[in-house]
Design a protein around this ligand. Sequence first.
Ligand code: HEC
Ligand code: CU
Length: 334
Amino acid sequence: MPPPVRRKTFLLVLALGAALAFAAVAYAGNGGFAPETPHSPNASRINDSYKWIAIFAALILIVVEGSLLWFVFRYRQRRRPRAAEGPQIHAHTRLELIWTVIPVLILAAIASFLFYELPGIKNVPSAKAEGGPLRIKVDAHQFYWQFTYPNGAVSIDELHVPVNRTVRVDITSHDVDHSWWIPELGGKFDAIPGQRTHTWFKADRLGSYRGRCGEFCGVFHAEMRAFVIAESKQEYSSWVGGVSAQALGRGEWEGVCAKCHGLQGQGGYGPAIANSALLTQAQSLRQLLLNGQNRIKPIANYMPPVARGWTDRQFTALLAYLKQNVYKKAASGG
Ligand code: HEC
Ligand SMILES: [Cu+2]
């Protein structure tokens, strides 16, 4: 054992070092203790609730750990035999009342605040002034997000929306559970096969917001990124009115197939398919995409039924894109 003075210094340095390390983490914001800066009214309310709870948690931490340390140092008795028990104190009624009532009040304060915030998080605003919320269908698949707009336009992994417009997203899944999560625009919502869940957001600044699938859903879960792109009303209208079959086909190839088969169909997780005649056979390809396949064991080589729920337009767009840009292109494409 080092002498007491050196031990005190050692403890002090240790405590200060830990405090410094945690301060950096706490300030890091993104990736630290603090949630992302909210950019939607519901996300702000979630953030406020987080802060409100954090205040009590921090106070309790300081009071409990502080008094623990204080007691340890102030009331320590040296050279007492290890097995000796301290004095046993029973029934200090006032003290017991205090430590019962204070936690009850704290829980009541937290619960009331949350119930006050909840409707603003959960309920989709009627948004009468904007002509009601913009409704987007979100279909989760292994391993991509598909967005369907009111006019029937479809995009993969990138959701375009007008800025400052209330957007309602109706979420479902076509295979396993996934979870819709754009941290700056609100909380997580499960995507469950056979069920519809919904949430909403209203992006308050132009630009793109990053999100990802929040539920481990299989080998390429990490590739299941989502971007919400908030643009001006005009930009949005001209984008949504002008999604060509070529753009749709490219989106499907890059966002769905290429994650496994490589951008040129050169292979990767899935086999090299650039020269597979299947790419040009509408009916057989459709069967494969609707049913998935696992001829090459083990199960790690499984191709999911990626195109469940696709429209004819989507199949046609993919086929045209494959014929033009992928089939027999890998060798020359580089
Ligand atoms: C999650 C990864 C994954 C995705 C996404 C994926 N595939 Fe596959 N694909 C595979 C695997 C693995 C196989 C091999 C399956 C087997 O064992 O039979 C395969 C096989 C194929 C084959 C060859 C089938 C055969 O019998 O020769 C074609 C063609 C194909 N995929 C096309 C596509 C197209 C087009 C898309 C996009 C719409 C796509 N795949 C999306 C993983 C994937
Ligand atoms: Cu997922």
